[in-house]
Every structure is written in C-alpha cells, then in structure tokens.
Design a protein around this ligand. Structure first.
Ligand SMILES: Cc1ncc(COP(=O)(O)O)c(C=O)c1O
Length: 473
C-alpha cells in the first residue's frame, strides 16, 4: 500500500486514491501492493458490479447484510423522503415518528415479551449496549457484583472494547489487551469436532459449569448467536437453547441472543430465537434490519429487564447520537415493508432445502469435511482428510485461503468468505431473494475451485514432505 507523507495528494484514479487514503477494515493493506483493490460500484438483486463493469454473484449479502438484495429504488426513496421531511433528530430525550413506528413494529415481530427497543448505529453498539444494560440491571436489582459475561470461543460479537470482551477470537483480542474485565468463554457448539468422551449435551452444561466456577453472584449474562458465524455456522444441537434457558433462569443470568446476522429472515424466521424455540431476555441485532441501505442496529429488551429502568429517577445511562436516526428508521420500515409484501422470509423457508442440497453435493469432493448451517447461512469446512477430519495447519490455511481461494473465487465472480478464525471454512450467505438459479451459479463456480484447491494442497503436502525428508537427510 502506498504510504502518504505531507499534504494529501487528492488526484488520481480510484485505485490510486484507495491505496493512498482509504483504510480498509480488517485488511492487510499490503495485500493490495500487487493486485487491485476490489472496488464495487453498484448492485442489483443478488449481483454487484466492479469498477470495470464485471458482474459478481454476492454470495455473502455484502457482509451478511443486504438481505433484500441490492439496488432497490423504493428503499432508497424512503430514505430520501425522510431526509427531506426530518433529516435528523436524536432519541436523547426526544422521539420522532419513524423511531416510534419502527420500535412498535420490531416489538410486534420479536418473540414473547421483547417489547422495548433501544436503537444503535450497528451491531457492536447493540452488543455494547446489552452488556452495559445487564450490568446496570443487576446494580438496580441489588446485585452489583453480577458483571461478567459468558460467550463462546471463536464467536464474534463486535470490536468495541466492551463487545470485544465477549468476542472469543484470540487474534482480535490480543492487540488490545487488557480488555474490559469480565469476558469468559465456553466451547462453541462444534459438533463436527466433538471432543472424545463427551456428548453434545456437554455444550450447554459447560455454561452451567462456568457459572458455578466463576460464582453465580458475579455473572450477569450469557451471550450466544442462534447459529455461530465465526468458526463456520455452528448450529445448536437439539435442546441446546432450552437447556441454556434453564441454566440462565436457575442462576439469575440474562440470556442475550446476538442476532446481528441471524435475525431478519437469515434463518427462515424473523428472529433466530424463533427458529430454535427459545425466549431471550435481550436480542441484539443490526445488518438486515435495514438490509444495510442505512446503518442501524437495535437492542430489544424484555418487559422484565426494562421494568426497573422505567421507574422513578432511574434511567439507562447510555446512548449514541445517531441511534434511531430518522433516515435509517424510514429505510428500515421500507425494508420490512418489502419483506412482508414480497414474502422474503417464506422464500428462505421454501428454498433453504435446495440451497443445502447443493452444498451437500460438494461432500463428494475430498477437501470438503463438513457442511453446516441453517436457512441462507451456511459454511463448508475444508479438511486435509475427510476420513480422519485432519485439518490444515496455519501455514497450509494461509496458502489455501489467502494464497488461492479468496482471490480465485472473486476472480471467477463469486463473493463469499474464505475464513480461518477457527478451522478453514468457506461461508455462503446470499441475499434472501436468491433461489435455485443462484444456487446453481454458486455451484458452477465453487465446485471446480474446490477440486483445484484439493489438488493444490495435495501437491503442496507432497512438496512439504519432500522438503522435510531433504532437511533430515
Ligand atoms: C454476531 C455479531 N455480533 C456483533 C457484530 C458487530 O456488528 P458491527 O460490525 O455492525 O459493529 C457482528 C458483525 O458481524 C456479528 O456478526
């Protein structure tokens, strides 16, 4: 990446300016020294186009976001109309019609008594808000030591320092230590790599054990995604969430369902908790709420948890200037209108079987170890050996994912995620308007690339073996 010194050089091609001035998130900037920065300029339905006019199938809904699909004029118009009427007013001590209407609509869609909506500008802010709410809730209830949060290993719950204490990815935490105190972690529900000597029931029991170990009087909340994204779409085993709910009730611990990805139809229901039949105390969400046509998140709180904050001189001592922004709220309303009028959630339910069947058909390739997920949210775990489930080591993962798959998938026109925050996976999470035509296109790109990846890794393995023999000899 070009570094800048002195006065900003503001002329050049988009490529040059990107290299000089744009700081991309979670990005090895030097990776673009030799290759172009991918610059996406427009989108339509399930497809986006780069600066050269090349078309890509957006198999990731941008970043698990654009649930309704790209390029919707009606949703853009709703934002424009609102900007003209009331461009901005805050939710700090004031309300405005769109925030009220949206909060009401979310409360009606959310399960059970999740009736109180606190808006944010994104997912990390929603998680941050939930963790702070849990702490203040227990202070008001006379349990000031209940401050810790239990999350799962490898789970991603955001990057702000509070949310980061729940995020369970060492590489994301380490550069910022010491973190906000109180984050504790239990195993993810990785049924594919279930440790010897335990059953799947252990996943939920490990939460009870952790609470006992820490001391129930010190634990405020358990935060879990309905399907865990990082690590590759870990689904809950049968009865997992029912048991977690029992554990939370037993120890007086709040259950936060982090649905930044899993709400808004992603799993074929409005909320992920509905898919798995459990009742959270708090839901955190963002992304698909507006299909990312405007940045917005929300924390949705049960009547029971909200109640102490509504009494006397109490208030939740927390807020963000832009949260509940009227333009974002209007966009969210238009997005939800489109969802309802066009049966978007039904589309996921109707087609998830075909999506899954296409992915399952890839199991015949030796590099495919596991296929897992729910709705339009799936991962393929890549392995060295299907039989033994042997995974790739760090160096091999680097060669496989960053050295080949990421670039090659993009080059052949498929946007998806090749990720190794746990074992190496490819993740697919297409817009919820996708159907068999897009699944076929995904397969046509993915299958030959996975065959080639398997072949390359076999050859790489032989070379490594050769080098090892030579070194020893
Ligand atoms: C489950 C979960 N929680 C929180 C976040 C953080 O959201 P944001 O990037 O909008 O801050 C994400 C982002 O992907 C997420 O997937």
């Amino acid at each position: 990446m070009t570094s800048t010194t002195g006065a900003a050089e503001t002329t050049g091609t988009l490529q040059e300016l990107a290299r000089r001035h744009l700081w991309m998130h979670f990005t090895r900037m030097s990776a673009y020294d030799q290759v172009d920065v991918p610059i996406i300029v427009r989108g339509e339905g399930c497809y986006v186009y780069d600066e050269h006019g090349k078309r890509y199938l957006d198999g990731l809904s941008a970043l698990f976001c654009v649930n309704i699909g790209h390029g919707r004029g009606d949703i853009a118009q709703a934002g424009a109309d609102q900007a003209r009427e009331l461009g901005f007013f805050t939710n700090w001590s004031y309300a405005h019609p769109r925030a009220i209407e949206l909060a009401t609509r979310i409360a009606a869609l959310a399960p059970g008594d999740l009736n109180r909506v606190f808006f944010t500008s994104g997912g990390s802010e929603a998680v941050e808000s939930a963790l702070k709410l849990a702490r203040q809730y227990f202070k008001l209830a006379g349990h000031p030591n209940k401050t810790k949060v239990i999350a799962r290993e490898i789970a991603y719950h955001g990057t702000s320092l509070g949310a980061l204490s729940a995020t369970g990815i060492t590489g994301l935490r380490e550069p910022f230590e010491p973190l906000t105190p109180g984050g504790r972690h239990v195993p993810a529900t990785n049924s594919y790599r279930l440790p010897e000597g335990v059953t799947e029931a252990w996943f939920a029991e490990s939460i009870a054990e952790k609470i006992e170990f820490e001391g129930p009087d010190t634990v405020a909340a358990v935060i879990l995604e309905p399907v865990q994204n990082a690590g590759g779409c870990f689904t809950p085993p049968e009865g997992y969430f029912q048991r977690v709910r029992e554990i939370c009730d037993r120890y007086d611990v709040l259950l936060i369902s982090d649905e930044v990805i899993c709400a808004w139809g992603r799993l074929g229901e409005w909320f992920g908790a509905q898919r798995y039949g459990y009742q959270p105390d708090i839901v955190t969400t963002a992304k698909g709420l507006t299909s990312a046509y405007a940045p917005m998140g929300a924390m949705i709180v049960s009547d029971r948890v909200a109640e102490p904050f509504l009494e006397g001189t109490n208030s939740f001592m927390h807020g963000f200037t832009f949260a509940g922004h009227p333009v974002c709220a209007a966009v969210a309303m238009a997005n939800l209108d489109a969802f309802e009028n066009e049966g978007v959630v039904d589309n996921v339910r109707a087609n998830e079987g075909a999506f899954r069947a296409m992915l399952e058909s890839l199991r015949e390739l030796p590099i495919v170890g596991d296929v897992r997920g729910a709705g339009y949210f799936h991962a393929i775990e890549l392995v060295k050996d299907q039989e033994t489930k042997e995974s790739f080591d760090d160096e091999e993962s680097e060669t496989l994912l960053r050295g080949f798959l990421s670039g090659e998938l993009y080059r052949r026109g498929l946007i998806c995620r090749a990720d190794d925050r746990g074992d190496p996976v490819i993740q697919l999470s297409p817009p919820l308007i996708a159907g068999p035509e897009q699944f076929e296109e995904i397969e046509q790109i993915l299958r030959p690339i996975l065959i080639e990846a398997g072949e390359r890794m076999r050859v790489e393995d032989e070379h490594r073996g050769q080098r090892y023999v030579e070194r020893r000899g």
